[in-house]
Design a protein around this ligand. Structure first.
Ligand SMILES: [Zn+2]
Length: 173
């Protein structure tokens, strides 16, 4: 049982934005109608030496990821080595801020920590235009508009700390 839990944890996005997105919440049943994520909490994420540069950039409205200097593969979450080829030569790169919903769930209740008692919110994996997938929230979205493949664009939600949370909202042309 313990090993199975460990495997599950290893498979999910543990990147700097994942915990701040409320990933511990339980998913409720889908219902229809209403606007979701208009007033989502913006908890201060854990910031350490490895993630400080990432979070500082968010306060400037920039989303960073890492790309391998050796094989060219982009990596999410950002880290100091390439999980594709093992190279230690990686560079920061700025994402365009565009992407598409890869998968999503609507958390109706059961949010934990700062999300306890929050209004329903959307927890999603967004595939960035650069090809990486990050766990995040979809905000300010009509329930009925949510779908896999929906084009989204980034918004930054200011926290009380030295970080802003990268979230996404439907692209409105
Ligand atoms: Zn590589």
């Amino acid at each position: 049982m313990t090993e199975k839990r460990a495997d599950t944890r290893a498979a999910v996005d543990t990147g700097p934005a994942a915990s701040a997105a409320g990933s511990a919440g339980a998913a409720g049943p889908m219902t229809t109608g209403g606007r979701i994520g208009g007033d989502l909490p913006a908890p201060v994420p854990p910031i350490d030496a490895d993630t400080e540069a990432f979070w500082r950039a968010t306060t400037e409205g920039r989303l960073l990821f890492t790309r391998c200097d050796a094989c060219g593969e982009p990596t999410w979450y950002p880290r100091e080595f390439c999980p594709h080829c093992g190279s230690l030569r990686v560079s920061w790169e700025q994402a365009s801020g565009g992407g598409r919903i890869h998968s999503f769930t609507v958390v109706r209740r059961g949010g934990l920590g700062p999300y306890a008692g929050a209004d329903p919110y959307v927890l999603a994996y967004v595939e960035l235009d650069e090809g990486v997938r990050m766990m995040t929230n979809i905000v300010d979205v009509e329930d009925g508009d949510l779908r896999i493949g929906l084009p989204v664009t980034i918004v930054f939600h200011t926290t009380d700390g030295d970080a802003a949370l990268p979230r996404f909202t439907p692209l409105r042309l």
